[in-house]
Every structure is written in structure tokens, then in C-alpha cells.
Design a protein. Structure first.
Length: 567
């Protein structure tokens, strides 16, 4: 650490002399309050900005002597931080595409093999994630250098991850309606209309909606719209969608295409008074709270919908459950030894590279994975006498309801107040935990301790009986043949040249803003007019050039997939 502190002093002196680039690194040689070192995590995936607090903050403090400051992604954040010359200490990218590759090209990210940093301070990563590291090294922009690795790494390429997309529907209200047939996506609309008639307000007296959404995660397209296509095996791919089985690419603005179909689905809900009017302006947390309070009846994100299935709701006979349309084939991410697209990296201007690497490395260990997902060991989870993982009573309650109060280091706190806020994973939950005696995965829903010991409420049992006696929605979808697996490969989207990037940003803005306007159209005629204007404006900015580029990348993805399929 002495060498690093001297290095920091030199950098600080030079910067003060030049007085040209603002010092934004949060690490200080003397540490922060209470002698803690302050580290910045810039995460493009975070839904939170500020100091990591609660039990996770205490864990970072005890294990590493740090206070973590999280910076999330807002309009212009990436460009601003690039301009300052400092992205942060730990840097988490939403994809390994353009912005990540810009950062590499401009020297904003640290070489992980410099001074044996990875081998000495990231030993667990180095020894256990060879394919994920090699994927990063093999990227054209990397020039045979490792700058990080992708999220959700798997130890084996067999099977697929648990689903994060499938249609959750208010099961209790669906039963009251007599479980009408739902043959395709649009058939959910009259069901949601009838549910609202059954329950116009929730238990708190708040108005109910069919769907609530949010704009926080919008990128090249509107998140809720593009993600709904996942119910039919389509995955976001640039400004368009890629079918993970047929390997077909479809641009977002294709007349009669999937994106515009999903867009019309939400507009129809709006016209019928079933789409939460706050959706365009509220945050992810706002929408998640509404689902937790029973304000909305249908959602495609498992991690949002499960927030409603708290013990008190289950005991009262209320539940959101997987009810797919007859023609669906839900997207599931294949287990990927190469890791996904969301990248862990370290800023080149960090003063404490060893410490940043040690933190990422710990998050890759079984202890780190379990702590990130379930809370402090010995409080919310632990190993039993046979060496298998279990959730404690309070840990189980915390997974059902993150407002559950836990006690850590003598401090009472809501579990949600201490959850890690950087919002990126290392190993997929469906990877095998090497510290588990029986080879269980990290996913608590499939532990023997969960399956054998957890009480099943009558409302949940009624869904299981309807679904053929399964215990999980994943089993139900698998048994019904409703799974479309995205094959894990070392493919990366690649970097766009500066001229194309300017065009891309203009087109992206047209697509996202136009999509939201179309959702809120008051009639079919107005919807068609807004979509036509959106297409014309996108074409005027150079949409065809964007599609041409992404079609080339789609062909490269097919080739990478076919290599895996043919071996």
C-alpha cells in the first residue's frame, strides 16, 4: 500500500499543478471518515446512487476497510466521466459493446495482468473463470489484454439459467375468472380488463392497473417493450431483436415485426385504462413497490413479480404466478462459461487497484456470491452439519419480503436497506457452488433445505396442481416445451465507429421517445401516425445504416453459435 500511496501523492501533485482535469477519484491516501478508504463503483446497471449502507456497507467495511460510493448511469454520465479521464475505481458496464470498447480504446480501464494484479489479487477469478477471461482477451479491441470479464459466468455449458422472463399473472383473480384460455399475448388484455373489474383498488385503496412500467433501463429501445418479446424467444440485439432458436434478426421498426407488436400491446392496455399512466416518469423502485403492493396484475420480470408473493399475501390467498400463453416459448439464457455481456472492470486511474481487484475477487468466491444474493453468513444463510447450504428463518423471510428486519453486528435493519446496490453478478445463480457438499447450485430455490422444509400456502399449491404437480415455474415451462435457450458463446457485439455511433445515438433517441409516445396514443389512428413518424424520422437520421451494421453482427453471432452447436 505504501507504493500506491506514493503514486497517489504524485498524481495529486501533478493534477494540482496542471489544474486542468478535476480530481474525481474517491480513494484518498488518508482514507475517508473513520480511516476508511473510499472507493467509487460506477455501475451502469445500478438503480441507486450514493453510499452503500446497511449490512452490505458493514461487510465491505469489515472485510476491506472501505466505504463504497455508487454512481449510477444517467443521461450523459458516461460521456462526463470519460471527459474527466476517470470512470471510477470499479467500473461495471451494461454491455461489452460500444461504451466498454471506447473505454478500452481510450485507456480508461486497467490491464488486469499488469504487475500480476489478477494472479496475485484476483486468484479465485484467475483459477476458476478461464473461459470468461479468455473471451475478454480475445476481443479485437483488447489486443491480447484482459480488462475484465462478463457477468453470470457458469462452470458448465449444460442446461440453462433460471428464467428471468415469463408472464406473471394474478393467480387468485385468474381463478375467480374461471381461468379463461390465453392462446396468445393479446389474449391477456381482456383477462386484465376483467381482473381490474374484480379488483379496482388494492388492499391500500390504491387504483389498480394491468401493467406498471418504468424507463430506467431503456437503451436502444424501450425496455418493457423489447423484453416482452422474450416471451417468444426473441432477445435484444442492438436496435432490434434476435430469435435464439431460428437465429433470425428483426429490426425494431420492421412493419408487422415483434417490437411493434409488443408496442401495440401496451398501447391497447393504455387505451383500455389498464396501463399505469405514471410508467414513463416513475423509477424502477416505484414500479416494484406498486407490484409489491398489488397495484398491478401482470409483469414479465420474475424479480419484480416475486416481490408480491410475500407470506402475508400467500396466506391471504393472493399470488402472482406463471401463466403463459399457449403459443409462447420463453427466452432462457444458456449457461455460459464465457460469461454474459455486462462487464466487470477497474478504472485505470484508481489509486487502489489491488483493493478493487480483491473486492471483485471476493464477489466471485462462494462466500461472496451467497452474501451478495442472500445477506450475511450466519445471519441469513449458512452451511449445515453436512456442508449444504440453507437459509435461516429470517433469511427465508428476507427472500420472500425484503423489508424483513435482520440483526447484523447488533444493528436492526431492514434487509432491503443493506442489499448490494451495484447490481451485477459474477457467477450465475445456476452455477454449482463448489463449497456445497452435495454439489448444489447457488440458487436457493433448488436447495434441498428449501424444497423439503418450506411450507407451501394453499394458493401456491393450487397453482402447482394446475401446472402438473411441479414445484417451480421453470419446471412447468420445461415440461410444456416452452423454453427457447440462448446459446452461450464468446461472441461480442463489437465497437461502432465514431460516425456510426453519432447516427446510432440519434436513431436510439427517436426509437425510445417515439415508442413512449406511441404507448400513450389515445386511438389506433394516433398510434399508427406516431409509429409512421418515428419510422420516417429514424430513416432520416440513418436508420438503414444502423440496421446494416447490426445485420453483420447478427451473422457473426450465428457463426459463433453454430460452432458450439456443431461440436
Amino acid at each position: 500500500m505504501k507504493t500506491l500511496k506514493r503514486k497517489f501523492s504524485l498524481v495529486l501533485a501533478v493534477m494540482m499543478m496542471l489544474a486542468m482535469v478535476p480530481l474525481v477519484t474517491s480513494c484518498t491516501a488518508g482514507g475517508g471518515a473513520g480511516g476508511l478508504i473510499e472507493l467509487t463503483i460506477y455501475s451502469q446497471l445500478a438503480n441507486f446512487a450514493g453510499v452503500q449502507s446497511g449490512w452490505a456497507g458493514q461487510v465491505f467495511e469489515e472485510k476491506f476497510g472501505v466505504k463504497i460510493n455508487i454512481i449510477n448511469e444517467m443521461d450523459g454520465t458516461f460521456a462526463t466521466r470519460m471527459a474527466t479521464g476517470n470512470l471510477g475505481d470499479i467500473v461495471i458496464f451494461g454491455s461489452d459493446g460500444n461504451q466498454y470498447q471506447q473505454a478500452v480504446a481510450q485507456g480508461m480501464l486497467l490491464d488486469w495482468e499488469q504487475d500480476n494484479l489478477l494472479q496475485e489479487h484476483g486468484a479465485y477469478i484467475y483459477e476458476n473463470m478461464p473461459f470468461a477471461l479468455q473471451k475478454n482477451r480475445d476481443m479485437e479491441i483488447a489486443n491480447d489484454t484482459i480488462y475484465g470479464f462478463g457477468f453470470d459466468v457458469a462452470g458448465s455449458a449444460e442446461d440453462h439459467q433460471t428464467h428471468i422472463y415469463y408472464p406473471y399473472l394474478r393467480w387468485d383473480l385468474y381463478q375467480q375468472l374461471g381461468k379463461p384460455a390465453i392462446n396468445t399475448l393479446e389474449d391477456f388484455i381482456p383477462v386484465l380488463r376483467d381482473m381490474k373489474a374484480l379488483e379496482p383498488v388494492n388492499e391500500l385503496g390504491q387504483q389498480t392497473w394491468g401493467v406498471s412500467s418504468f424507463p430506467d433501463w431503456d437503451g436502444d429501445m424501450v425496455m418493457m417493450v423489447k423484453a416482452t418479446a422474450a416471451l417468444y424467444g426473441w432477445e435484444e440485439f442492438g436496435i432490434g431483436l434476435y430469435h435464439v432458436v431460428t437465429q433470425e434478426f428483426e429490426d425494431a421498426l420492421k412493419p408487422g415485426g415483434q417490437y411493434l407488436r409488443m408496442l401495440k400491446f401496451y398501447n391497447t392496455l393504455h387505451q383500455m385504462g389498464l396501463f399505469d399512466p405514471d410508467s414513463m416518469t416513475q423509477t424502477f423502485d416505484d414500479a416494484a413497490t406498486k407490484y409489491r403492493n398489488g397495484t398491478s396484475f401482470w409483469n414479465i420480470f420474475t424479480f419484480v413479480a416475486e416481490g408480491y408473493n410475500m407470506p402475508e399475501n400467500l396466506e391471504a390467498g393472493r399470488m402472482l404466478a406463471c401463466v403463459p400463453a399457449a403459443d409462447q416459448t420463453n427466452l432462457a439464457e444458456g449457461l455460459n462459461v464465457y460469461g454474459g455481456t455486462r462487464v466487470w472492470s477497474i478504472g485505470s486511474r484508481t489509486v487502489y487497484p489491488e483493493l478493487a481487484m480483491q473486492i471483485i475477487n471476493w464477489l466471485c468466491t462462494p462466500e461472496g456470491v451467497l452474501t451478495y444474493n442472500y445477506g450475511p453468513q450466519g445471519v441469513t444463510w449458512d452451511y449445515d452439519e453436512e456442508g449444504n447450504t440453507y437459509l435461516t428463518e429470517v433469511g427465508l423471510l428476507s427472500q420472500d419480503d425484503n423489508r424483513t428486519v435482520i440483526v447484523f453486528n447488533g444493528v436492526e435493519q431492514a434487509y432491503q436497506d443493506g442489499q448490494f446496490q451495484h447490481n451485477n453478478t459474477t457467477w450465475t445463480l445456476d452455477a454449482v457452488n463448489p463449497d456445497s457438499a452435495s454439489g448444489e447450485t447457488f440458487n436457493w430455490r433448488f436447495w434441498d433445505s428449501t424444497i423439503l422444509n418450506r411450507e407451501v400456502a394453499p394458493i401456491e399449491q393450487s397453482w402447482r396442481d394446475w401446472a402438473g404437480g411441479v414445484t417451480t415455474a421453470d419446471d412447468f415451462l420445461r415440461n410444456e416445451g416452452k423454453v427457447a435457450v440462448s446459446i452461450g458463446t464468446p461472441f461480442t457485439l463489437g465497437r461502432r465507429e465514431a460516425e456510426l455511433e453519432m447516427t446510432w445515438e440519434q436513431v436510439k433517441g427517436v426509437v425510445t421517445s417515439g415508442s413512449w409516445r406511441a404507448i400513450y396514443a389515445g386511438s389506433d389512428q394516433e398510434f399508427d401516425s406516431i409509429v409512421a413518424d418515428m419510422i420516417a424520422e429514424a430513416n432520416a437520421y440513418g436508420y438503414a445504416r444502423c440496421v446494416e451494421w447490426i445485420l453483420e453482427r447478427a451473422e457473426a453471432r450465428r457463426e459463433a453459435e453454430n460452432i458450439i452447436l456443431n461440436n
